[in-house]
Design a protein. Structure first.
Length: 356
């Protein structure tokens, strides 16, 4: 029985060692930014500020469970975190979902409950191939578009596969998605078909909006979609270098954007999102920046530039804005999601008064 006592001794030694080390508390927040990065820079009143970046659960101080840490202490630490983030979505509960085209997975960060997990496929035999965008419904179910598998896969809030939407003959290259929780409607951008597919959340095809072209309500390789609070659809019409605005039934409302090299112009628009005041945010993979427009499509501000530092981008993709105006940008080639905040005029005034 010596082997048994030896095992118990090793286990207790590891347990005491780990307990002591874990009792020292969580890692210090290495991302605390000494430099306050804002746009526009002083002396102008700031409107956007950099907060932090997300690559691994540690960046949100999400702790691993005891037995997971014990196993990694013995077997070696496993890598956790994004490799090439493409789509990002922040829900109302504070969870952040990130599609990873290199890792062929979806990362789910839940800082509120200190949880993190990865969705790799619908089963052990069927993995995700090219997850592009992600969104959740009112019940917390997770919807993931896969451009190669030609499906939108649905998982429950714990990452267990529930169902699939679409088929090989129904979708050519599904990319951006958005969910209208009020009506229970799923909107799917089909980039290759240059249209928008509309489904009920149980997978029934309702209708198709748009067609190939450059006219109003026509698209040329659209990529991402966002919903305004009034229910309108905002679509990145990428190869037409513009944004089109439709009502929830697909009726054309307006458009803005043009190709150019000046501030507010576009080159290769991708991700799109709206803040609480209806400002429209667009990522651009060629300019490697985020442009902000008002409701009428007039340019307001551009933040970011090419680089690897805080507030700099390398092929920014999807963008999502939470209810509290935190801005999440998938910074693909920098292997991270950068988080910013929109500063309202009232917030700026309150901050100034407090300093006084």
């Amino acid at each position: 029985m010596r082997w048994y006592h030896k095992f118990i001794f090793i286990f207790l030694t590891l347990t005491l060692t780990l307990t002591y080390s874990f009792a020292m508390g969580p890692k210090a927040d290495v991302q605390k930014n000494k430099e306050h990065i804002v746009w526009p820079p002083p002396p102008w009143e700031p409107r956007i500020e950099f907060l932090y970046s997300i690559t691994t659960p540690d960046d949100l101080q999400i702790r691993k469970g005891f037995f997971r840490r014990l196993w990694e202490f013995v077997a070696g630490e496993s890598r956790e975190g994004v490799v090439k983030p493409f789509g990002v979505f922040a829900d109302d509960s504070g969870k952040v979902y990130v599609t990873d085209t290199a890792d062929q997975s979806v990362h789910v960060f839940d800082p509120k409950d200190s949880k993190y997990f990865v969705i790799e496929g619908i089963s052990k035999k069927t993995a995700l191939s090219s997850p592009i965008d992600v969104a959740t419904d009112s019940e917390g179910n997770i919807y993931v578009s896969d451009s190669v598998m030609r499906r939108v896969y649905v998982f429950n809030e714990k990452g267990k596969f529930v169902r699939e939407i679409g088929a090989d003959n129904a979708m050519q290259r599904p990319t951006g998605i958005a969910i209208d929780k009020a009506s229970g409607t799923l909107y799917v951008i089909d980039t290759l078909a240059s249209n928008i597919l509309v489904y009920s959340l149980d997978g029934k095809h309702i209708k198709t909006i748009g067609e190939y072209g450059n006219g109003n309500g026509q698209f040329n390789r659209p990529t991402f979609i966002a919903l305004g609070r009034e229910g309108n659809l905002y679509i990145t019409d990428t190869m037409n270098v513009r944004v089109q605005i439709l009502d929830r039934n697909g009726k054309f409302i307006g458009k803005f954007g043009k190709r150019g090299t000046r501030a507010g112009d576009l080159a290769n628009p991708r991700g799109i999102a709206l803040d609480s005041e209806g400002h429209i945010y667009l990522t651009d993979t060629i300019f490697e920046a985020v442009s902000i427009f008002d409701k009428s499509g007039q340019p307001l501000l551009v933040f970011g530039r090419q680089g690897t530092k805080h507030g700099e981008f390398a092929l920014p993709g999807g963008i999502s804005i939470s209810r509290d105006d935190k801005i999440y940008v998938a910074d693909s080639y920098n292997m991270r999601v950068q988080v910013f905040r929109y500063i309202k005029s009232s917030q700026q005034n309150n901050s100034t008064q407090q300093k006084r």
